[in-house]
Design a protein around this ligand. Structure first.
Ligand code: CU
Length: 154
């Protein structure tokens, strides 16, 4: 049973993958930045993801050689208390966008090695549901930064 179905399954997956362009190919990342906090405190990463494709794209995770741990989180505020929860994925609707921003979705990064300083450029690799990836350059900003602005205009 297993011997017969596995090759068929693999062939089906290959067919499905070649029929559509990958999710990452349709996603544009902009305003990517990291809020660097002092010491070993985890840093939040924020980015606007735009999906130019006809199918939704699903962000699953991210990774970086500079951080030992990168997690997808969502902040929320209930009765004046702000909290964070891990989330499994973030859907970027077809011809729509999803925003990772302070107070909402963000990537929470810790175990920086070597430590990341304000002014460093950090490359993150965004991983999508279909296995495709998007390398994105994030600029680092100080703890008191509140939104992305456009760092290239200053
Ligand atoms: Cu977090």
């Amino acid at each position: 049973m297993i011997n017969r179905t596995l090759p068929l399954l693999a062939a089906g997956l290959l067919l499905a993958m070649s029929a559509h362009a990958s999710e990452a190919e349709h996603v544009r990342a902009s305003q990517a930045w990291i809020r660097v906090l002092p010491g070993d405190l985890p840093a939040g990463a924020y980015v606007v993801l735009e999906n130019t494709g006809d199918q939704p794209a699903t962000l699953r995770s991210a990774s970086s050689v500079r951080y030992g741990s990168v997690m997808l989180h969502k902040s929320s505020s209930e009765g004046g208390v702000s909290r964070m929860a891990m989330v499994e994925s973030l859907v970027i609707p077809a011809h729509g966008k999803a925003e990772l921003a302070p107070g909402g979705y963000h990537l929470m990064m810790s175990k920086a090695n070597p430590p990341v300083k304000v002014g460093d450029d950090v490359k993150l690799t965004l991983h999508f549901d279909d296995g495709s990836t998007l390398d994105t350059r994030f600029v680092t900003r100080p703890a008191n930064a509140t939104d992305a602005g456009d760092p290239h205009q200053h």
